[in-house]
Design a protein around this ligand. Structure first.
Ligand code: COA
Length: 260
């Protein structure tokens, strides 16, 4: 389906979603969020899509946040709805059951940083800059930033970034665990594709349930998380791909996974 503010390209099993409003540094307006919502539904339905790469158009920005022009009009009632809707779209991304990689090619601020946080993994260009500057606008991160940043990097880091609104370099983001890897700008998409490729070489159901165990487990006491892990482990023991993976190892050959 063609979108106005997103470009979606396929490369084998990878769908690349590019946020494409470069005049406003790819800021997320309502239309873009609705398009992302629809695009994620499409990707969820399409079994041939097994990984997502999200990036921004142009060289300057990944996504420079929610669209401040639209934000300025918010009332208390629709401000809450705006936040809940954005949260639901990013939760859909987080729980789609397919790994997603944010290829952060420039500014990832506010909603842009939150979008990256909802992805499974994050690779940044050396020139990228990240932050949650919402307090400078009199608001707070409303697309899950207060929750995911604290879970990913700890409450001290979250408090520092959210309360100061400070914008940090890719190197600093790497140091605090906000991004997994930093590469030269020209290497960003190849690095994201290579990372996706490493995941895609593995048994698809094992990848899917690992994602679920990590995501759901984080919301549970450890005892319950361990039980979930054991249950999913048992489920994977019933798959053809588990038989194939273990047999291929013992026969010293590459496995042929079938997503079954
Ligand atoms: N929403 C709407 N428009 C935005 C935007 C946003 N989040 N971020 C940037 N833009 C627009 C600017 O208004 C400008 O438009 P103009 O050319 O019509 O004036 C254009 O994008 C280019 O941005 P500009 O500010 O001129 O670029 P810069 O290099 O001087 O600064 C930033 C880059 C990212 C530091 C700066 O744009 C910025 O602080 N953006 C807002 C970041 C933010 O607070 N995000 C959280 C929102 S909740």
């Amino acid at each position: 389906m063609p979108y106005e503010n997103l470009r979606v390209e396929r490369q084998d099993a990878i769908a690349r979603i590019t946020f494409d409003r470069p005049k406003v540094l790819n800021a997320l307006n309502r239309k873009t969020m609705e398009e992302l919502d629809a695009c994620l539904d499409e990707a969820a339905r399409d079994d041939s899509v097994r990984a997502l790469i999200l990036t921004g158009a142009g060289e300057k920005a990944f996504v420079a946040g929610a669209d401040i022009g639209e934000l300025a009009q918010r009332t208390p009632v629709d401000g809450k709805e705006f936040s809940l809707y954005g949260q639901s779209v990013l939760r859909k991304l987080e729980t789609i059951g397919k790994p997603s990689i944010a290829a952060i090619n420039g500014y990832a601020l506010g909603g842009g940083c939150e979008l990256a946080l909802a992805c499974t993994l994050r690779i940044a260009s050396r020139t990228a800059k990240l932050g949650q500057p919402e307090v400078k606008l009199g608001i707070l991160p409303g697309y899950g930033g207060t929750q995911r940043l604290a879970r990913l990097c700890g409450r001290g880091v979250a408090a520092r970034l959210v309360l100061t609104g400070e914008i940090i370099s890719a190197e600093e983001a790497l140091g605090i665990g906000l991004v997994n890897q930093v590469v030269e700008p020209a290497e960003l998409l190849p690095a994201a594709e290579a990372l996706a490729g490493k995941i895609l070489a593995n048994a698809p159901l094992a990848v899917r349930y690992s994602l679920e165990a990590i995501d759901r487990g984080l919301e549970m006491p450890q005892e319950q998380g361990l039980f979930l892990e054991a249950t999913l482990f048992g489920l994977l023991c019933a798959t053809e791909d588990m038989r194939e993976g273990t047999r291929a190892f013992l026969e010293k050959r590459a496995p042929q996974f079938k997503n079954r």
